[in-house]
Write a protein that binds this ligand. Structure first.
Ligand SMILES: NC(=O)c1ccc[n+]([C@@H]2O[C@H](COP(=O)([O-])OP(=O)(O)OC[C@H]3O[C@@H](n4cnc5c(N)ncnc54)[C@H](OP(=O)(O)O)[C@@H]3O)[C@@H](O)[C@H]2O)c1
Length: 251
């Protein structure tokens, strides 16, 4: 594929992301607390997470192996960041979930697999065929700031995900108001962390597929954060009034 065609594919992909963003303002993606009946067949929540998230690793490697980056190169490190995130998300995170007996619509798992297939393709293909970075990239401000954002975002995402998961005792499936730390400021610090992480990745890779991924992450998670925030406000009378959805003091 030529670079021009590749860029065109990304443009169409980003346009689709914009449509999804607007659609998610009206539809609450039906998994987790927003699960409702009427979305067709369902599957076990744990299995759904593993299937959805492992897809990206398979597709990413399928394309990256067309030209593997030399060890210690900027591309190898970027691929390492990406793989580390998804190894955790697909193989570790699901085993800690306390969602016994919960189901998710097959439709959600399939649509996430489609998203992950496209994302894995775009990044794998880019790293194998178009990515070129000088060795000095490691000291470039974009790489340094992007890496700080990526690691900081990942730390916030993982820490707050596990704080949420541990709000339940094993076997419980209900919800309580999260408190302490970043939860005093916003309802969804875990989703904020994920967004910061991929904005950092876009910066450190200074690439169109990285930017498209950050855009899609925001398109998916900003409406979800708003839906979570409204859900907390509707469910708990005592929900803290000052707490914002995603961005402290602002939104
Ligand atoms: N890059 C992307 O586009 C993308 C898209 C989706 C998700 N993700 C990532 O995947 C991870 C999980 O996403 P999510 O939307 O499932 O997050 P979430 O709704 O915040 O839930 C995270 C986990 O904590 C539990 N939980 C949440 N709030 C709770 C509460 N108040 N009381 C008790 N338990 C609570 C949830 O149980 P239930 O499942 O039973 O609600 C779930 O197991 C996040 O790190 C997110 O960033 C990324």
């Amino acid at each position: 594929m030529s670079l021009e065609t590749f860029r065109l594919v990304i443009l169409v992909w980003v346009a689709l992301g914009a449509i999804v963003f607007f659609a998610l303002r009206f539809i609450r993606a039906p998994f987790g607390r927003h699960t409702t009946s009427g979305w067709g067949p369902t599957l076990d929540n744990h299995l759904g997470w593993i299937l959805m998230e492992a897809t990206v690793l398979v597709v990413f490697f399928l394309f990256l192996r067309e030209k593997l980056p030399p060890l210690g190169s900027p591309v190898a490190l970027m691929a390492g960041f990406f793989v580390a995130h998804y190894l955790h998300r697909s193989l570790i995170f699901p085993w800690f979930l306390r969602t016994r007996g919960k189901q998710m619509p097959l439709l959600i798992a399939l649509s996430a697999m489609c998203f992950n297939t496209m994302n894995g393709f775009l990044l794998g293909y880019y790293f194998a065929h178009f990515a070129e970075y000088p060795a000095s990239w490691f000291s470039d401000w974009r790489f340094v700031c992007g890496t700080a954002l990526f690691l900081g975002g990942a730390a916030l995402n993982i820490y707050t995900d596990y704080r949420l998961i541990r709000l339940r005792k094993p076997g419980e499936t209900g919800y309580v108001i999260p408190t302490g730390g970043a939860f005093e400021w916003v309802s969804c610090p875990n989703l904020l962390g994920e967004m910061i992480e991929w904005i950092g990745f876009a910066l450190l890779s200074w690439s169109l597929p990285g930017l498209a991924f950050a855009f899609w992450t925001i398109a998916n998670l900003a409406p979800r954060a708003w839906a979570h925030h409204r859900w907390y406000q509707e469910k708990f009378r005592a929900y803290p009034k000052h707490r914002k959805a995603l961005i402290p003091f602002i939104w």
